[in-house]
Design a protein around this ligand. Structure first.
Ligand SMILES: CSC[C@@H](O)[C@@H](O)C(=O)COP(=O)(O)O
Length: 339
């Protein structure tokens, strides 16, 4: 069994949260101190922290911080809810914090405990997803992944990248093909950085190379994460995931989605109902400080897309695997009734 590093994107010290500034990676490892509710709002909005599970965890600590500042709890809840619209984990975590407040009042100890619990549960969920998922990875495999779903996007280890970590930990002979993931470059900046830390063999590829690599037989399996999964098994994830799922279907390559239960939205029937974040067009026209397009051109910058359930081979959760997901299977899996 190989020994892997434990990368943590956040650390609580003397009641104050420190997070890795993901805008500065891979060139600089800078820790930011989040001291006020406004710091938390900015960190999530500006993507200093990102990744569905991580923004849920940071949101929970943000709720605690807002209450500590003496701000009305509904205001704290609403302000944090407005930071990013697509990943349901943020709303799920804020609902947990709000219900603790409504039950016990502003008991800061209890609120901090709940935020820590959300963090620890996520780490364990990832290890479990890794355990279930790595069984699906052949002994020798070329794996394609999109965006960053690793330690940096979660409380540690990761979801889709957690499966890759677990496969490598279990001595599998794997090579990872990392979509660079335009425009924010979560793949080339963050996933490649994590794989380097672990010594996992990998190649960064341009997003548009994925189809050609599949055609050439260079990809055995695709694993991606999720920002929200609806009752019928549709998945919102980083823009480009939908195209990958079509390519996977065409080339008959297994397409797996890895996500904790906190990514499921039982209130929505299908992916059509998921609010899709549109970010500033400048992110497309400028790559960090470098202008890569005429500034007078308009650009479209949807941050996520929807992959229909029919394109998904299986969803891997911390509770087990849902093969060929649909509403009936998802309700049965979570022990919920049809409404
Ligand atoms: C475990 S992270 C799963 C998803 O959140 C991830 O694939 C993704 O789309 C992240 O988007 P981001 O815009 O970087 O927050």
């Amino acid at each position: 069994m190989r020994k892997l590093k434990d990368i943590k994107p956040l650390e609580l010290k003397d009641d104050v949260l420190y997070v890795i500034n993901q805008l500065k990676l891979p060139h600089e490892l800078v820790w930011e101190k989040l001291e006020t509710l406004a710091d938390y709002e900015k960190a999530i909005k500006d993507m200093i922290v990102r990744g569905a599970p991580l923004i849920g965890i940071v949101g929970a600590y943000g709720f605690y911080t807002g209450i500590k500042e003496g701000i009305d709890y509904i205001q704290v809840y609403e302000r944090l809810k407005q930071t990013r619209p697509t990943a349901v984990n943020l709303f799920w975590a804020l609902d947990r914090m709000k219900s603790i407040y409504e039950k016990y009042g502003n008991d800061l100890n209890l609120l901090l405990k709940e935020a820590k619990r959300i963090e620890v549960e996520d780490y364990h969920a990832n290890r479990s997803i890794g355990g279930y998922g790595e069984v699906l990875i052949p002994k020798k495999a070329n794996i394609l992944t999109h965006c960053n779903t690793g330690a940096l996007a979660t409380a540690g280890w990761g979801t889709a990248l957690g499966i890759i970590r677990s496969a490598y930990e279990n001595d599998k002979d794997i090579t990872v093909y990392v979509d660079e993931t335009r425009p924010y470059l979560q793949g080339s900046r963050l996933t490649a950085w994590e794989l380097l830390q672990e010594g996992i063999p990998h190649y960064i590829i341009t997003d548009s190379s994925a189809g050609f690599l599949m055609k050439k037989g260079m990809i055995d399996v695709i694993v991606v994460g999720a920002d929200r999964i609806t009752l019928n098994g549709d998945v919102a994830n980083k823009i480009g995931t939908y195209s990958l799922s079509i390519l996977a279907k065409h080339h008959n390559i297994p397409f797996y989605v890895a996500a904790p239960s906190s990514s499921f939205d039982f209130n929505l029937e299908s992916g059509d109902e998921i609010p899709i974040e549109e970010r500033n067009e400048d992110e497309v026209k400028n790559c960090h400080c470098c202008k890569v397009a005429p500034q007078e051109s308009k650009a479209i910058n949807y941050s996520f897309d929807i992959t229909p359930a029919e394109n998904i081979t299986a969803i891997i959760t911390e509770k087990g695997i849902i093969e060929k997901p649909n509403k009936e299977k998802i309700l049965k899996f979570f022990g919920r009734k049809l409404s």
